[in-house]
Design a protein around this ligand. Structure first.
Ligand code: 5GP
Length: 238
Protein backbone atom coordinates (compact mmCIF):
# COMPACT_ATOMS: atom_id res chain seq x y z
CA UNK A 1 0.00 0.00 0.00
CA UNK A 2 1.26 3.45 -0.89
CA UNK A 3 1.00 6.62 1.17
CA UNK A 4 -0.51 9.43 -0.89
CA UNK A 5 -1.43 13.08 -0.30
CA UNK A 6 -2.04 14.61 3.11
CA UNK A 7 -5.80 14.66 3.61
CA UNK A 8 -6.00 16.47 6.91
CA UNK A 9 -3.73 17.77 9.65
CA UNK A 10 -5.20 18.00 13.13
CA UNK A 11 -3.72 19.09 16.44
CA UNK A 12 -2.18 15.71 17.25
CA UNK A 13 -2.38 13.72 14.03
CA UNK A 14 -1.89 13.84 10.29
CA UNK A 15 -4.08 11.74 8.03
CA UNK A 16 -2.91 10.61 4.59
CA UNK A 17 -4.76 9.10 1.68
CA UNK A 18 -3.51 5.82 0.26
CA UNK A 19 -3.81 4.09 -3.08
CA UNK A 20 -6.69 2.08 -1.60
CA UNK A 21 -9.99 3.92 -1.53
CA UNK A 22 -11.20 2.87 1.91
CA UNK A 23 -7.88 3.00 3.76
CA UNK A 24 -6.10 5.93 5.33
CA UNK A 25 -2.80 6.27 7.17
CA UNK A 26 -2.85 8.10 10.51
CA UNK A 27 0.44 9.58 11.67
CA UNK A 28 0.66 10.57 15.33
CA UNK A 29 2.55 13.78 16.22
CA UNK A 30 4.24 14.83 19.46
CA UNK A 31 2.38 18.16 19.38
CA UNK A 32 0.04 18.75 22.27
CA UNK A 33 -2.68 21.34 22.63
CA UNK A 34 -5.20 22.06 25.33
CA UNK A 35 -8.09 24.41 25.98
CA UNK A 36 -9.17 24.39 22.35
CA UNK A 37 -5.68 25.21 21.08
CA UNK A 38 -4.95 28.04 23.54
CA UNK A 39 -2.11 26.07 25.18
CA UNK A 40 0.46 24.52 22.88
CA UNK A 41 3.49 22.32 23.50
CA UNK A 42 5.36 19.17 22.64
CA UNK A 43 5.32 15.94 24.59
CA UNK A 44 8.41 14.01 23.54
CA UNK A 45 7.54 10.61 21.99
CA UNK A 46 3.83 11.11 22.65
CA UNK A 47 3.08 10.17 19.05
CA UNK A 48 4.79 6.81 19.48
CA UNK A 49 3.04 6.04 22.77
CA UNK A 50 -0.39 7.11 21.50
CA UNK A 51 -0.06 5.16 18.27
CA UNK A 52 0.90 1.97 20.09
CA UNK A 53 -1.54 2.40 22.98
CA UNK A 54 -4.46 3.31 20.79
CA UNK A 55 -3.85 0.28 18.58
CA UNK A 56 -3.46 -1.88 21.68
CA UNK A 57 -6.86 -0.74 23.01
CA UNK A 58 -8.56 -1.03 19.61
CA UNK A 59 -7.33 -4.61 19.19
CA UNK A 60 -8.53 -5.47 22.69
CA UNK A 61 -11.94 -3.93 21.99
CA UNK A 62 -12.24 -5.84 18.70
CA UNK A 63 -11.93 -9.08 20.70
CA UNK A 64 -14.95 -7.89 22.72
CA UNK A 65 -17.00 -7.40 19.58
CA UNK A 66 -16.64 -3.64 19.23
CA UNK A 67 -15.90 -2.70 15.61
CA UNK A 68 -13.05 -0.20 15.20
CA UNK A 69 -11.24 1.53 12.36
CA UNK A 70 -7.93 -0.23 13.18
CA UNK A 71 -6.39 -2.20 10.31
CA UNK A 72 -2.63 -2.44 10.72
CA UNK A 73 0.22 -0.76 12.59
CA UNK A 74 2.84 0.26 10.03
CA UNK A 75 5.58 1.61 12.27
CA UNK A 76 6.16 3.57 15.50
CA UNK A 77 3.92 6.46 14.53
CA UNK A 78 1.78 5.28 11.64
CA UNK A 79 -1.28 3.07 11.40
CA UNK A 80 -3.58 2.04 8.57
CA UNK A 81 -7.22 2.67 9.45
CA UNK A 82 -10.52 2.28 7.69
CA UNK A 83 -11.80 5.47 6.09
CA UNK A 84 -14.95 6.74 7.77
CA UNK A 85 -17.04 9.86 7.84
CA UNK A 86 -16.57 11.09 11.37
CA UNK A 87 -19.79 11.72 13.25
CA UNK A 88 -19.17 15.18 14.77
CA UNK A 89 -19.73 14.09 18.36
CA UNK A 90 -17.36 13.77 21.28
CA UNK A 91 -18.83 10.92 23.28
CA UNK A 92 -17.68 11.29 26.88
CA UNK A 93 -18.05 8.60 29.53
CA UNK A 94 -17.37 9.37 33.19
CA UNK A 95 -16.94 6.99 36.12
CA UNK A 96 -15.55 9.57 38.55
CA UNK A 97 -15.97 13.34 38.67
CA UNK A 98 -13.08 15.29 37.15
CA UNK A 99 -12.35 18.15 34.79
CA UNK A 100 -15.31 20.03 33.37
CA UNK A 101 -17.85 17.92 35.27
CA UNK A 102 -16.23 18.78 38.60
CA UNK A 103 -16.33 22.46 37.65
CA UNK A 104 -19.88 22.40 36.36
CA UNK A 105 -21.40 20.53 39.29
CA UNK A 106 -19.02 21.51 42.08
CA UNK A 107 -17.90 17.93 42.71
CA UNK A 108 -14.49 17.17 44.11
CA UNK A 109 -12.25 15.48 41.54
CA UNK A 110 -12.11 11.74 42.17
CA UNK A 111 -15.65 11.48 43.58
CA UNK A 112 -17.09 8.18 42.35
CA UNK A 113 -20.33 8.78 40.45
CA UNK A 114 -23.32 6.69 41.55
CA UNK A 115 -24.11 6.06 37.93
CA UNK A 116 -21.87 6.18 34.87
CA UNK A 117 -22.41 9.48 33.08
CA UNK A 118 -22.61 9.79 29.31
CA UNK A 119 -22.26 13.21 27.67
CA UNK A 120 -22.10 14.47 24.13
CA UNK A 121 -20.21 17.48 22.81
CA UNK A 122 -20.71 18.86 19.34
CA UNK A 123 -17.31 18.65 17.62
CA UNK A 124 -16.85 22.20 16.46
CA UNK A 125 -13.67 24.12 17.33
CA UNK A 126 -15.19 27.51 16.49
CA UNK A 127 -17.94 26.93 19.05
CA UNK A 128 -15.56 25.34 21.57
CA UNK A 129 -17.19 21.87 21.39
CA UNK A 130 -20.39 22.74 23.28
CA UNK A 131 -22.16 20.07 25.31
CA UNK A 132 -25.38 18.91 23.63
CA UNK A 133 -28.04 16.28 24.29
CA UNK A 134 -29.94 13.81 22.12
CA UNK A 135 -32.57 16.42 21.14
CA UNK A 136 -29.87 18.67 19.70
CA UNK A 137 -28.33 15.68 17.92
CA UNK A 138 -31.60 14.85 16.17
CA UNK A 139 -32.46 18.51 15.54
CA UNK A 140 -29.09 19.05 13.84
CA UNK A 141 -29.28 15.73 11.96
CA UNK A 142 -25.98 14.63 13.48
CA UNK A 143 -27.21 11.06 13.95
CA UNK A 144 -30.46 9.13 13.82
CA UNK A 145 -32.09 7.58 16.89
CA UNK A 146 -30.89 4.12 15.81
CA UNK A 147 -27.34 5.38 15.29
CA UNK A 148 -27.29 7.15 18.64
CA UNK A 149 -28.62 4.05 20.42
CA UNK A 150 -25.76 2.11 18.91
CA UNK A 151 -23.19 4.76 19.82
CA UNK A 152 -24.46 4.79 23.41
CA UNK A 153 -24.35 1.00 23.70
CA UNK A 154 -20.81 0.89 22.28
CA UNK A 155 -19.68 3.68 24.60
CA UNK A 156 -20.82 1.76 27.71
CA UNK A 157 -19.30 -1.49 26.45
CA UNK A 158 -16.01 0.29 25.73
CA UNK A 159 -16.11 1.68 29.27
CA UNK A 160 -16.63 -1.77 30.78
CA UNK A 161 -13.87 -3.36 28.74
CA UNK A 162 -11.34 -0.57 29.32
CA UNK A 163 -12.12 -0.29 33.04
CA UNK A 164 -11.65 -4.02 33.62
CA UNK A 165 -8.48 -4.17 31.54
CA UNK A 166 -6.89 -1.15 33.21
CA UNK A 167 -7.77 -2.40 36.69
CA UNK A 168 -5.41 -5.30 36.08
CA UNK A 169 -2.51 -2.85 35.88
CA UNK A 170 -3.69 -0.70 38.77
CA UNK A 171 -5.04 2.13 36.65
CA UNK A 172 -8.42 3.69 37.39
CA UNK A 173 -10.34 4.88 34.33
CA UNK A 174 -11.75 8.21 35.50
CA UNK A 175 -13.30 9.28 32.19
CA UNK A 176 -12.64 9.25 28.46
CA UNK A 177 -13.74 10.64 25.12
CA UNK A 178 -14.32 8.61 21.98
CA UNK A 179 -15.46 9.39 18.48
CA UNK A 180 -17.31 7.22 16.01
CA UNK A 181 -17.45 7.19 12.25
CA UNK A 182 -19.58 5.73 9.51
CA UNK A 183 -18.01 3.42 6.91
CA UNK A 184 -18.86 3.48 3.22
CA UNK A 185 -21.27 0.63 3.99
CA UNK A 186 -23.01 2.68 6.66
CA UNK A 187 -21.61 0.74 9.63
CA UNK A 188 -20.86 2.72 12.81
CA UNK A 189 -17.37 1.96 14.11
CA UNK A 190 -15.06 3.34 16.77
CA UNK A 191 -12.63 5.79 15.16
CA UNK A 192 -10.08 8.37 16.35
CA UNK A 193 -7.80 7.33 19.26
CA UNK A 194 -7.85 6.00 22.81
CA UNK A 195 -4.80 7.26 24.69
CA UNK A 196 -3.65 9.40 27.63
CA UNK A 197 -4.61 12.37 25.41
CA UNK A 198 -8.26 11.32 25.43
CA UNK A 199 -8.70 9.50 28.76
CA UNK A 200 -8.08 10.30 32.40
CA UNK A 201 -5.96 7.53 33.90
CA UNK A 202 -5.15 7.65 37.62
CA UNK A 203 -2.85 5.31 39.48
CA UNK A 204 -5.28 3.21 41.52
CA UNK A 205 -3.12 3.37 44.65
CA UNK A 206 -1.55 6.84 44.68
CA UNK A 207 -4.13 8.64 42.47
CA UNK A 208 -1.23 10.07 40.45
CA UNK A 209 -2.49 11.41 37.15
CA UNK A 210 -1.09 9.43 34.21
CA UNK A 211 -2.62 11.43 31.38
CA UNK A 212 -2.82 14.72 29.54
CA UNK A 213 -3.94 16.61 32.66
CA UNK A 214 -0.20 16.66 33.56
CA UNK A 215 0.30 18.83 30.45
CA UNK A 216 -2.94 20.81 30.79
CA UNK A 217 -2.18 21.70 34.42
CA UNK A 218 1.64 21.97 34.23
CA UNK A 219 2.15 19.09 36.66
CA UNK A 220 5.49 17.93 35.19
CA UNK A 221 6.58 14.34 34.45
CA UNK A 222 4.37 14.37 31.36
CA UNK A 223 6.50 12.07 29.18
CA UNK A 224 7.06 9.65 32.06
CA UNK A 225 3.34 9.37 32.72
CA UNK A 226 2.55 8.46 29.11
CA UNK A 227 5.39 5.93 29.11
CA UNK A 228 4.23 4.50 32.43
CA UNK A 229 0.77 3.63 31.05
CA UNK A 230 2.31 1.89 28.05
CA UNK A 231 4.90 0.00 30.11
CA UNK A 232 2.30 -1.29 32.57
CA UNK A 233 0.08 -2.62 29.78
CA UNK A 234 2.89 -4.15 27.74
CA UNK A 235 4.53 -5.80 30.77
CA UNK A 236 1.11 -7.10 31.79
CA UNK A 237 0.81 -8.87 28.44
CA UNK A 238 4.27 -10.48 28.49
P1 5GP B 1 -13.56 17.20 30.37
O1 5GP B 1 -14.92 17.46 29.80
O2 5GP B 1 -13.60 16.90 31.84
O3 5GP B 1 -12.58 18.27 30.00
O4 5GP B 1 -13.01 15.88 29.64
C1 5GP B 1 -13.60 14.62 29.85
C2 5GP B 1 -12.75 13.54 29.20
O5 5GP B 1 -12.83 13.64 27.79
C3 5GP B 1 -11.25 13.62 29.52
O6 5GP B 1 -10.73 12.31 29.60
C4 5GP B 1 -10.65 14.35 28.33
O7 5GP B 1 -9.33 13.91 28.10
C5 5GP B 1 -11.58 13.93 27.20
N1 5GP B 1 -11.81 15.03 26.27
C6 5GP B 1 -12.86 15.87 26.23
N2 5GP B 1 -12.76 16.75 25.21
C7 5GP B 1 -11.61 16.45 24.60
C8 5GP B 1 -10.93 17.02 23.47
O8 5GP B 1 -11.38 17.96 22.82
N3 5GP B 1 -9.73 16.46 23.16
C9 5GP B 1 -9.21 15.41 23.86
N4 5GP B 1 -8.01 14.91 23.50
N5 5GP B 1 -9.83 14.85 24.91
C10 5GP B 1 -11.00 15.37 25.27
Amino acid sequence: MEKKALLYEGKAKKVYMTDEENKLIVSYKDDATAFNGAKKGVIEAKGIVNNRLSNYFMKMLETKGIPTHFIEELNDRETVVEKVTIIPLEVIVRNFAAGSLSKRLGLEEGTRLNKTVLEYSYKNDELGDPMINDYHIFALDIATKEELDMIEAYAFRINEALTAHLEEVNIELIDFKVEFGKTSKGQIILADEISPDTCRFWDAITNKKLDKDRFRRNLGDVEDAYQEVMNRLLVHDN
